[in-house]
Design a binder for this molecule. Sequence first.
Ligand SMILES: Nc1ncnc2c1ncn2[C@@H]1O[C@H](COP(=O)(O)OP(=O)(O)OP(=O)(O)O)[C@@H](O)[C@H]1O
Ligand code: SF4
Ligand SMILES: [Mg+2]
Length: 337
Amino acid sequence: MDHLLEMRNLSIDLYRGRRTPPVKLVEGIDLNIDKKQNFGIVGESGCGKSITCSSIMGLLSFPLSVGAGSSIRFQRENGTDTELLSLPKKQMQQLRGKEISMIFQEPMTALDPMYTIEDQIVESLRFHTDLSRSAMREAALEMLRKVKIPRAEEILKEYPHHLSGGMLQRVMIAIALINNPRLLIADEPTTALDVTIQAQILDLMNELRESYDTSVIMITHDLGVIAETCEQVAVFYAGQVVEQASVDDIFHHTAHPYTSGLLRSVTSLGGEQKELYTIRGTVPTAGQFSSGCRFADRCEHCTARCREAVPPLTEVAPGHQCRCWLHASGAEKEAAR
Ligand SMILES: Nc1ncnc2c1ncn2[C@@H]1O[C@H](COP(=O)(O)OP(=O)(O)OP(=O)(O)O)[C@@H](O)[C@H]1O
Ligand code: SF4
Ligand SMILES: [Mg+2]
């Protein structure tokens, strides 16, 4: 296997009762994550970013389930390739938090208010290592210093509700990195924070990346965050990948009208924009997708063909894929007739 993680044809079903067929929340997702790569997943709310990553962590639960024909292969620490979707529950628990870990948008909901910061960091070490209590405490302290928490010794004894949002997110990063995972999934790690703290956390993540061999999947709705942290990006829209390319190509050779809309809504880049642009309309609800392009109702370039058939994801330049009839080749257009 060439990549650290290979996702193929991932779909996620939402069950709605025994007599009703499941709704596909995401479908046909192919992603490759390389070693030490920073991979961005961007898209508006409800496009399927979080559930896609939860499926990597084995965290989907009823009424959600991974669809037939999906595959997520992962290169383990011991050199073997593992199909994560068929891994027994116990082995998945051993891998989670050790080889793959995750940072969530709301640290307060991920931390237990009843336990001190030390207890929560140590818990992760206890599950995955056989270090003594004092060695675990030492490792926790060192980790807090690495995430630049001042007065680390005192903070170890604190409870989560005594810390600010920015500090809590640093603690979450410390917990996520303490076992030196091969893959770190950061699900909107900065959206709950104010702008200055956001920038500090992104800087911290960039710095830490240099000293760890970890690949990062950064989930965000903001292409500005992608520009600051990632090399490769997949744009999600209504449960599909609509564009995938290097960050450079996404910004300088944008192909999909949805990506162009996202770029125009970025506030954190450049200074010329006076008014915040928003793409008109809303993301369609899963189960009510039209038979053509899912972006059709919001797209300025929509033609009759766009409403007739789903555009395929095609290569518009080496390493740059786009799902839009404007960029499909003649053969693909012919095949869809
Ligand atoms: N447990 C669930 N039960 C039913 N539907 C769900 C569940 N979890 C997610 N969904 C639906 O799946 C779709 C994708 O959700 P997801 O949370 O992955 O979106 P997202 O791109 O991460 O959005 P956001 O930016 O708001 O976090 C949404 O339509 C959502 O309503
Ligand atoms: S396929 Fe048509 S509607 Fe869809 S994004 Fe492209 S131009 Fe717009
Ligand atoms: Mg989400």
